[in-house]
Design a binder for this molecule. Structure first.
Ligand SMILES: [Fe+2]
Length: 293
């Protein structure tokens, strides 16, 4: 379907129940304890399709149990929209079936590239904020959305080398992609915060540039602060105060949106994770109103 013929996103998204509140990433290290505890504080789970497509065993069993208990949202790692190589058509067909299976209201992946020339970087690498990149990203994003026939969002990434004289150009570039591709945003609040500290800008000014109606979901996480002050987006530390505060600011602009706590490394006890979820729930309720949480 061409971009101009698309069904209104709002009509498509209401096909499924949109979770409101705080979610957790279903990770193999915590899945068993989490699925046994079935905590009420958690509103949804998020999964990486790459862990399930063409795969059985424990991952699939955990997912089936999670589907019985919670709404499931999906977030990809390998269908990056800044990539130049052709997408794998077989994988996109499998992805489409998987997304239909879990009935996610939208899928998301990253505004970055993950490799070049056949080499896979195992990292999310930033793209330049140029007109050429804008054309590429818009076309690639549209191609994936058409292939999965489902609403699609891109996520802003963290990066460590200056990509522009004005770091707010990243937000302006995101807005251009949102408008040109009629896209949705998976707003990673921690990535905005990490970049703001590394490149010296006001993260709220970044958030202010984003049209709130384009945001479908948010991510929050902790990050490492090195001795030299550089912040690294590890998803391996507790959420710092600055990220909690920026989430509060962002939710007050967007209204209720599902917020995922990303913890992928140094995964603590379920009790510690749920303590962070409870703090996030309190911020969420305070920012968007009691009835929405
Ligand atoms: Fe994220």
């Amino acid at each position: 379907m061409a971009a101009t013929e698309r069904v209104a996103p709002a009509d498509r998204i209401t096909m499924s129940t949109i979770p409101q509140g705080i979610g957790l990433g279903l990770r193999v290290d915590m899945a068993q304890a989490f699925l046994e505890a079935k905590p009420d504080d958690v509103a949804f789970v998020e999964v990486h399709p790459e862990n399930y497509v063409a795969r059985g065993g424990r991952y699939r069993q955990n997912l089936a149990r999670a589907q019985d208990l919670y709404p499931v949202l999906t977030h990809g790692l390998t269908t990056c929209f800044g990539q130049l190589e052709p997408f794998d058509a077989t994988y996109l067909a499998q992805l489409k079936r998987f997304l239909a299976d879990v009935d996610t209201p939208w899928h998301s992946d990253h505004l970055c590239f993950g490799g070049a020339g056949g080499a896979f970087a195992h990292d999310l690498l930033p793209i330049p904020f140029t007109d050429e990149a804008l054309d590429t990203v818009t076309q690639r994003f549209t191609e994936v959305r058409d292939a999965i026939d489902r609403e699609l969002a891109f996520e802003n990434v963290s990066y460590y080398a200056p990509m522009s004289a004005d770091p707010l150009d990243e937000a302006r570039f995101c807005v251009e992609v949102l408008e040109r591709a009629d896209a949705k945003l998976m707003l990673d609040v921690n990535n905005v915060f990490v970049n703001s500290r590394n490149f010296g800008f006001d993260p709220k000014a970044w958030i202010d540039l984003v049209p709130p109606e384009r945001v479908v979901q948010m991510h929050v996480a902790g990050h490492l602060v090195r001795d030299d002050g550089l912040r690294i987006d590890t998803h391996g530390e507790p959420i710092p105060e600055g990220v909690y505060e920026l989430l509060d600011y962002t939710l007050r602009r967007t209204g209720p949106r599902p917020v995922l706590l990303e913890r992928d490394n140094n995964i603590p006890s379920l009790g510690e994770l749920l303590a962070e979820v409870r703090r996030l729930n309190a911020i969420y309720r305070d920012a968007v109103g009691e009835e929405a949480a």
